[in-house]
Design a protein around this ligand. Structure first.
Ligand code: GLU
Length: 400
């Protein structure tokens, strides 16, 4: 029996045909499938908090449901949620935003999607520093723009203004910034962030700042939001925020954007014709997340910090592995090139061997644009991390 080519079975659109499937979601699904088979999986793939959503947030959702908050809301989210987001930025960063600049979204991913597709045209260049979160280039490609990657290995994956300046051309429309970064965990120092924004401003280039790991920064690095920039540097800036990591709310799909009224109104059109509005119950939960007690964030941060310290030290002890201590997020991104030997030629081979021989899930760096590295999520208990490192050691030390 001959199998028909996929294009004859379903004529997938050119825009989607050019997209790659999400490798982070694939790693999560690989772990789920192995667990379903009853295997003893160590999942260091998922970029997802292992903590449960705090009880006060869950209660707020139940109450909203009981009170019948089950209808459509305004496209930009309820007025209460917009107010809560504005008050949060005022309280935490002394930053002033107007309601016309705030929009709730179905996850941080939708905020980034809205921002990119409402700005770029075919042929526009979108700067994406490496390593990047897998979704950034795919959204640019979907919008028929051209992703232009910035190499940052020379600065150990911390982007600087000079690198941005060198990458700008007359076609550059947008850059996607992400600090703390996924997968590197590196943080752009605030003064450097400002210099980057000054360079962009000088060339009329727009910026999306993905601040999904905003609160997960380990001292002495400091929490920093681009919202604190002076107004003239915020004119071409869209902040994409998320509730997923800060409040352990990945499944609730709640995020938001902060951008100029003009950019926001363009994004509202996209959202109005795609999801209409974020889930009404999740919006009520998000209000409680921002306005209720914040202790749970400090508890998670402390725990992640301890795991980070243990993990980066342990990885540094493995033969051939090099791991810079990340200042934020919950990922380590070690260089495994020194461990490659025999049949194991790439970081993908390394990740594959870990998966097949040790039932341990990590994410290959190539999906983030950097071959030779693997991403290890430490959003998992210290016990499991320790077991994971034992298994990684077995693969790193194995001689063919
Ligand atoms: N952001 C997380 C990660 O990088 C979740 C998966 C995704 O949405 O890509 O693993």
């Amino acid at each position: 029996m001959t199998t028909k080519p996929a294009s004859e079975v379903f004529p997938v659109s050119d825009n989607v045909a050019k997209m790659q499937a999400s490798s982070t979601l694939a790693a999560m699904q690989a772990a789920q499938a192995m667990r379903a088979e009853g295997l003893d999986v160590v999942d260091l793939g998922a970029g997802e908090p292992d903590f449960d959503t705090p009880e006060n947030i869950k209660r707020a959702a139940s109450e909203a449901m009981s009170k019948g908050q089950t209808k459509y809301t305004a496209t930009a989210g309820t007025r209460e949620l917009q107010q809560a987001i504005i008050a949060f930025y005022e309280r935490e960063f002394g930053a002033g935003y107007d309601k016309s600049e705030v929009m709730a979204t179905s996850g941080g991913k939708q905020a980034i999607f809205n921002a990119v597709v409402s700005l770029v045209n075919p042929g526009d260049e979108v700067l994406i520093p490496k390593p990047y979160w897998v979704t950034f280039p795919e959204i640019a490609v979907f919008a028929r723009a051209t992703p232009v990657f910035i190499e940052t290995e020379e600065t150990d994956f911390v982007l600087n203004a000079e690198q941005v300046k060198r990458a700008i051309t007359p076609r550059t429309k947008l850059i996607i910034l992400n600090s703390p970064g996924n997968p590197s965990g590196r943080v752009i120092p605030p003064a450097e962030f400002r210099r980057i924004m000054e360079v962009l401003n000088g060339h009329n280039v727009f910026a999306v700042s993905d601040e999904c790991y905003l609160r997960f920064v380990y001292p002495p690095a400091e929490v920093y939001s681009a919202a604190t920039l002076p107004t003239e540097l915020r004119r071409r800036l869209c902040i994409a925020g998320s509730f997923s990591k800060t409040y352990a709310m990945t499944g609730w799909r709640m995020g938001y954007s902060l951008a100029s009224p003009e950019w926001t109104s363009a994004m509202l059109k996209v959202q109005g014709h795609s999801t209409s509005n974020p889930n009404s119950i999740a919006q009520a939960a998000a209000i409680e997340a921002l306005t209720g007690p914040q202790e749970s964030v400090a508890v998670m941060l402390k725990e992640y910090g301890q795991r980070r310290d243990w993990l980066t030290h342990a990885l540094g002890e493995l033969p051939g592995m090099r791991c810079i201590t990340p200042e934020g997020a919950f990922y380590a991104f070690p260089d495994v090139r020194g461990c490659l030997k025999g049949e194991m030629k790439t970081s993908a081979d390394f990740a594959e061997r870990l998966l097949k021989q040790e039932q341990t899930v990590v994410t290959d760096g190539a999906g983030f644009g950097v071959e030779g590295f693997i991403r290890i999520s430490y959003a998992t208990s210290l016990d499991r991390l320790q077991e994971g490192v034992r298994r990684i050691r077995r693969v790193a030390e194995k001689l063919d």
